[in-house]
Every structure is written in C-alpha cells, then in structure tokens.
Design a protein around this ligand. Structure first.
Ligand code: TMP
Length: 211
C-alpha cells in the first residue's frame, strides 16, 4: 500500500507519521517511512536546492520541475522497489503537495502539473492520503516555534490560505482515497481520530494478504 501524508506547515505530520508507522509495525506490517522532496541522497540534494535561501529567485516552473525531478529519483530508487518487495510505503508529502503549493500557492496550472504527474508517475498513485488540516494561523505559529523558517515557509499568509484551500478541494475531489483529520486538536484527539483510518489500513492488509 502506498500511503501519503499531506497538510500545510506545522500541522504535526512528523509526530503522527511515527505514530502511524508504529501502529502498523505492531500489526506486523513492514513499512518504510520516507519524504518528499527527498528520500534518496540525490533527491535530498534537490530538496536543499529547493528550500535553501539564495539571492537568485527560483522561477515557478523551475520549482515545479525540481519537485518532479526529486520525485522521479525517489520513485525509481525507493518507492517502486519497496512496493515491489511488498512493503508498505508511508510518504511525507507527494504530488498532492505539488497541486497545493505549486498549483494553489504559486498559481501554476493544474493541467501542467497533471502532465508531469502522468509522465513521471505513470500508474503510480497513492492508495490512501491522510490530510492533516488546520487553520493557517495554528500551523504557522507551530512552524515558527520549530526554529528558523525555510524559503517556502516564509511565504505570505495568502499563499498558505491558497495551499490549504487547494488541499481541501483535492480531498473533496478524491474522497475515495483522502481521509481528513482536524490537526488543530490536541495530539491525543488527533491520534484518536487516526484510529479508524489505521483500522481501515490493517483491514486492507488482511484482505491483501489473503489474495
Ligand atoms: P516539509 O517541510 O513538509 O518537509 O516540506 C518541505 C516543503 O516543500 C514544504 O514547504 C512544502 C514544499 N513542497 C512543495 O512545495 N511541493 C511539493 O511537491 C512537495 C513535495 C513539497
């Protein structure tokens, strides 16, 4: 199963990914945790290019292509081999982030992103996507507490409003695979709302192991 985790800045993805991975491991499901942009040495180098500060502004198309360059490397080097072995993959962000940030945030056309998605991923799409959703004021103040902000985290509030709205639109459009969690709640409540989603994954594991 290919599971992706999405959401704006400071919504608590990392803590909850560790929680989900633990719960799946307890159920004897072998899963790897990885992230985008990044996930292989070369893809992590591309991440550095994307997130570090520089004097030269990165053009929107360059940013988009670097996201997909990193993704192509990650798919070939990590995601496809893991899925081929029968392992589950939990990926911290994937192409929905490109629709939300480069599409919703930067204003690049959905058609352009869809073309690259098809070209780079062919048939590969997530089976389940968990969206951690919170008002941007909540997420931004948590992200600020983590320390220095990276190039994208320093965008204006309007950028993150557009990112959030795009995520919510994607969750509605792909309601078959999206599960939305209210990330503005306490950690205990967020983890409680993850329970039915984790139960659904474990059920899928049993179904898939029988076929
Ligand atoms: P992270 O902070 O969740 O690791 O994500 C790194 C940043 O990269 C985050 O600000 C979101 C951004 N991003 C995009 O803009 N487009 C993408 O396709 C991905 C995967 C991430």
């Amino acid at each position: 199963m290919f599971i992706t985790i999405e959401g704006g800045e400071g919504v608590g993805k990392s803590t909850n990914i560790a929680y989900i991975a633990d719960q799946l491991s307890d159920a004897n499901i072998t899963c790897i945790v990885t992230r985008e942009p990044g996930g292989t040495p070369l893809a992590e180098d591309i991440r550095q290019l994307l997130l570090s500060d520089r004097d030269e502004a990165i053009a929107d198309n360059t940013e988009l292509l670097l996201m997909f360059a990193s993704r192509a490397q990650h798919i070939a080097g990590v995601i496809e081999p893991a899925l081929a072995r029968g392992d589950w993959v939990i990926c911290d962000r994937f192409t929905d982030a490109t629709y939300a940030y480069q599409g919703g945030g930067r204003g690049l056309s959905e058609a352009k992103i869809a073309n690259l998605e098809q070209w780079v991923q062919e048939d590969l799409r997530p089976d389940i996507t968990i969206l951690f959703d919170a008002p941007i004021t909540v997420g931004m103040s948590r992200a600020g507490q983590r320390g220095e902000l990276d190039r994208i985290e320093r965008e204006r509030a309007a950028f993150f409003e557009n990112v959030r709205n795009c995520y919510l639109m994607l969750a509605e459009r792909h309601s078959d695979r999206f599960r939305t969690v209210d990330a503005s709640e306490t950690l205990g409540r967020v983890q409680a709302s993850l329970q039915p989603i984790i139960a659904e994954m474990k059920h899928q594991f049993l179904v898939r192991s029988k076929t």
